[in-house]
Write a protein that binds this ligand. Structure first.
Ligand code: UTP
Length: 296
């Protein structure tokens, strides 16, 4: 039996430049899809997968994330006084238990690999899950839960992957697929942003990982990669020489909410998933689309 995964790391220290000016004073991870912040989707997914310890790697301007996962007595009191018990219950359900969260700082946004390395003391010498909160999934069960099932069977390092149009591979980290099935296949290599003609597959790394702690010593070398940033993929490319990596082509679909197009699409799709919203939303959209003049 592989060692149990109890801890999840959420890197939330990036600058979110693609969403300026929205992200000037507010963290990107607090942008909402329908009525839930991006970070809440990732935390829900981790808790569904049985994660007990939530580690946030934050930066400046990110204090509101810490507040979001704290109790808000004034608000709770007001909801109670007004008899809004359902809203109160929902708020309490979203909250991790006391002592389940830890926060550390990445003082400078030197890249995803560096953000992960900043969590090393809080994670310790155990396997951990890594969730990029700007990647929001429509999946049941959640993607991390599906990956945990694979981890129990295979152990090692697990990476969630999804198919992308082959002409778009150059925007992503792509894995080379070895033997196995969708629920777990051997990863024989990975390459960051390949040209379509050089991509080993069209399976891209979509922001969910289960990693062994040996990744930390590789990240501690602080080697700068693409864009001058300390890249996680570079460290994984070294780790794969000595440890097994398994891919899971999960059942579900990712929305890259770090990009405007993905974020807008996620809002529409998630709204259509909500029984309280779908009908009226479709009516409003139909009316709005019918009234749009092609020339603004
Ligand atoms: P992105 O690659 O989307 O970068 O990070 P970003 O800085 O947030 O956004 P853009 O590209 O400037 O618009 C993916 C995840 O990794 C975190 C981000 O907060 C995001 O959740 N991250 C990235 C860090 O925590 N630290 C970093 O140095 C870089």
């Amino acid at each position: 039996m592989p060692k149990r995964v109890r801890t999840a790391v959420f890197p939330v220290a990036g600058l979110g430049t693609r969403f300026l000016p929205a992200t000037k004073a507010m963290p990107k991870e607090m942008l909402t899809v329908v009525d839930r912040p991006l970070i809440q989707y990732a935390v829900d997914e981790a808790r569904e997968a049985g994660i007990e310890h939530l580690v946030f790697v934050t930066g400046r301007n990110k204090g509101v994330i810490e507040d979001h996962f704290d109790r808000q007595f004034e608000l709770e009191h007001t909801l109670e006084m007004r008899g809004k018990t359902e809203a109160l219950r929902e708020l309490q359900k979203d909250l991790p238990s006391a002592g389940q969260t830890s926060f550390t700082r990445q003082q400078e946004p030197l890249g995803l690999g560096h953000a992960v390395w900043c969590a090393r003391e809080l994670v310790g010498n155990q396997p951990f899950a890594l969730l990029l909160p700007d990647m929001v999934f429509r999946a049941r069960p959640g993607v991390l839960k599906q990956m945990m099932d694979a981890y129990e069977e295979f152990g090692g390092n697990i990476i969630g992957v999804e198919e992308v149009d082959p002409k778009d591979v150059s925007s992503y980290g792509i894995v080379a697929r070895g033997e196995g099935k969708d629920e777990g296949f051997r990863i024989t290599g990975m390459v960051e942003k390949p040209k379509p003609s050089e991509a080993p597959s069209n399976l891209f790394i979509s922001g969910r990982y289960i990693l062994q702690p040996e990744i930390f010593s590789l990240l501690s070398e602080q080697t700068r990669g693409a864009g001058g940033e300390i890249q996680l993929t570079d460290a994984m490319q070294i780790l794969i020489r000595t440890q097994e990596f398994w891919g899971v082509q999960y059942r579900g679909k990712v929305f890259d909410c770090g990009s405007k197009l993905g974020f807008l699409t996620a809002n529409v799709v998630m709204a259509l998933d909500r029984p309280d919203l779908a009908g009226p939303f479709i009516r409003e959209m139909k009316a709005a689309l019918a009234s749009i003049d092609e020339t603004p």
